[in-house]
Design a protein around this ligand. Structure first.
Ligand code: INS
Length: 666
């Protein structure tokens, strides 16, 4: 019987064992030195392997540059990020531009409804996206999100009353939530590990770019009669562009492997790594499978992966492969498979220590990304500058757009450093800078004096009051130390310092907290089966916290008697975020997704050796190595490509991992 790379599925709960098993060596063979314990790639590749990352996969063993193909995938998928930024950024301008077009000027409550409809939609969208992307694939969810962006845009443009507008905003929110949960995950799954920061960062770059465009569109269209309809209609353009681009978007190879679509997976991997040999691509598929298989050994996940494979092969239940797979998943009752799968995932995510830790870190970072109050500054920057008074009273929107532009530029810089400095270092330095700049901002606003004691909820009427929601009266005189009399010309020093500090805060945020949580979300979940659910829940934490501030920021300002107090609170929250990041962030720069579990366990100081899920000692039906090998063979021979098995019938590689098969035989 041929032994097709059976060894990688051996239990490996101590350091290095899986490398040894990658060579197909017997478990009782003395452990070879680490440098010998892996497949020998060709010499040039070996050089880069030895020079760099020690994880041994295609990504780490292959010199990788950002090819036009990778750029295309990043841009097409990242257009969802652009739409996310555009649609959240447009809201501020929308509210002040609508005036009486929907029958009457919007009340404060209606404005809040319009703002929160998107956020509530995003919460639902992110929750749906996780599970749906496992079943339908990452690409289809991005496609559905693009359709929803388009639909939401048209619905808003055509709306004649508040409920219709709220419905349009809700539809857009569904799309934003789906895109936010799935795009970073998709980009993380296609990215070679050494480029992951930059590739996932493209999404954040386009989010912030979308916000800049939205601010510009707001400013340009504000004077135009019914310009708000053009504002929302304009976002249909990138949605249509993305729909066209999606025709050429390839699915995530990791998802394809999980579905048993090996032929397609190989094809995509070959495009991602154009210089890789056939064997290297085979080995990569092998590694992805190995990780899936390891998840499977953790018990509950086994049913999930098996159920996923069974579903993907139901269309063509013809071959011996199918029968083999069926017998493999007989333990999962068909009638309850879907529910059982969902339960399994939840249970896995919360009970497996590594998964649980990943969830806490990803959700915590997402929570703090919003809790630090950045979006309050982003959405209300015009208002805040108006409150600061001269020289901003003439054109607060112009100055406020500096915030969006700084956010964008900061993200560009962060993308440059995130793969070389690493996530942890960048996050810790920038979060400290956020906390300090916010504390100084609190002081600066306190010096400006009593500017925001009154929160006026009158609908805005002047172009200068563009923001989403309540307006504050502009400061015409100060009672702070910079002024001696309430009628004297107010000093420009403190307002200008406040703007400078707001920009400094924004830059610090964009260099770390704006980008890194999304990046960590894409890479930290070690088990492929729970990655999408974890991603969904963490994104939901982001939008939930976003909702809390967007619904209560103005009341909060009122409660604390002006913005100074709120910045003080944000400074403390940022300090807490620093502590959380220091505790939680595992440095995953250059680490392949298949090795994330092991890296997290290393960091915890626990037993090491499981690249995928937890490092539990294997027991029960998978304890026996021979059984592993057979399990793996069944898994491997199920590798039909549903869409292409006829066309590729002749060349189907039933003993899938060719390179591995050559290496080992029994
Ligand atoms: O990462 C993004 C980005 O920082 C945006 O500027 C912000 O508005 C979003 O809330 C955040 O998730």
């Amino acid at each position: 019987m041929t032994r097709t790379a059976a060894a990688p599925f051996r239990d490996s709960i101590d350091d290095g064992t899986d490398e040894r098993s990658r060579l197909g060596e017997a478990q009782d063979t003395p452990h070879p030195p680490r440098s010998q314990s892996r497949i020998r790639p060709p010499a040039p590749i070996l050089a880069s392997l030895n020079a760099g990352n020690d994880e041994g996969g295609l990504s780490s063993s292959h010199e990788q540059t950002l090819t036009p193909y990778l750029l295309k995938l990043s841009l097409v998928a990242g257009t969802s990020g652009l739409l996310f930024g555009w649609d959240t950024g447009i809201c501020a301008g929308l509210l002040v531009a609508i005036k009486g077009d929907l029958g009457h000027p919007l009340s404060a409550g209606e404005q809040e409804l319009v703002v929160s409809a998107t956020t509530v939609g995003a919460i639902f969208g992110s929750l749906i996206a996780g599970r749906a992307s496992d079943y339908l694939g990452r690409k289809r969810i991005i496609l559905i999100a693009a359709c929803l962006f388009l639909l939401g845009s048209l619905e808003q443009t055509a709306s004649n009353d508040v409920p219709q507008l709220v419905l349009g905003r809700f539809i857009v929110g569904l799309a934003v939530g789906q895109a936010a949960a799935v795009c970073p995950m998709y980009l993380g799954e296609i990215a070679p590990s050494s480029l992951r920061g930059r590739i996932v960062g493209t999404n954040s770059l386009l989010v912030t770019g979308g916000q800049v465009i939205a601010y510009l569109v707001n400013a340009i269209l504000f004077p135009v009669a019914h310009g708000w309809r053009w504002m929302v209609l304009a976002s249909a353009v990138p949605a249509v562009v993305q729909l066209v681009g999606l025709l050429s978007l390839d699915e995530s190879p990791r998802w394809l492997v999980a579905k048993g679509r090996f032929i397609q997976a190989r094809r995509v991997l070959k495009k991602i790594y154009p210089g890789a040999t056939e064997d290297m691509v085979e080995n990569e598929v092998d590694r992805i499978l190995e990780n899936l298989k390891r998840s499977r050994q953790d018990g509950l996940l086994s049913q999930q992966v098996a159920a996923t494979l069974r579903e993907s092969s139901q269309d063509r239940p013809t071959t011996s492969v199918r029968r083999s797979l069926d017998s493999d998943v007989a333990e999962t009752p068909p009638a309850h498979s879907s529910k059982a799968t969902t339960r399994s995932k939840w249970s896995q995510l919360f009970s497996d220590p590594t998964d649980r830790r990943a969830l806490i870190i990803a959700s915590g970072l997402m929570f703090f990304q919003q809790a630090c109050g950045f979006n309050s500054i982003m959405y209300y920057s015009s208002r805040l500058l108006l409150m600061a008074g001269p020289p901003f009273d003439k054109n607060p929107n112009g100055f406020a757009s500096l915030i969006a532009i700084t956010n964008f530029i900061g993200t560009v810089i962060a993308m440059r450093f995130v793969d070389s400095w690493g996530r942890r270092k960048l996050m810790l330095w920038t979060t400290a800078a956020m906390s300090i700049s916010l504390a100084l901002l609190a002081g600066s606003f306190a010096m400006i004096g009593d500017v925001g004691g009154v929160v006026d909820t009158t609908p805005p009427s002047a172009p200068s009051s563009a923001s989403n929601g309540t307006i504050f009266p502009p400061r015409v005189a100060t009672t702070g130390p910079s002024s001696t009399s309430s009628t004297s010309a107010p000093s420009h020093f403190w307002p200008l310092l406040s703007l400078f500090l707001m920009i400094l805060f924004t830059l610090s945020y964009a260099l770390g907290a704006g980008l890194i949580p999304w990046l960590i979300l894409s890479e930290i979940f070690p088990n492929p089966s729970t990655r999408s659910l974890g991603s969904s829940l963490a994104t939901c934490a982001n939008w939930s916290m976003n909702l809390v501030w967007s619904a209560s920021y103005l009341s909060f300002v009122q409660l604390l008697g002006g913005p100074a107090g709120t910045f003080g609170v944000f400074s403390v929250v940022s300090a807490m975020s620093w502590i959380f990041s220091w505790w939680g962030i595992v440095e995953l720069r250059g680490v392949e997704l298949e090795e994330v579990g092991r890296r997290m366990q290393q960091q915890e100081g626990g037993s090491v050796g499981n690249g995928g899920g937890s490092a539990r000692p294997t027991s029960g039906r998978f304890a026996n190595t021979e059984e592993h090998d057979e399990e793996r063979e069944r898994f491997i021979v199920s590798g039909e490509d549903e869409e292409e098995d006829e066309e590729d019938e002749g060349q189907r590689d039933v003993q899938r991992p060719r390179g591995s098969a050559e290496r080992t035989s029994r």
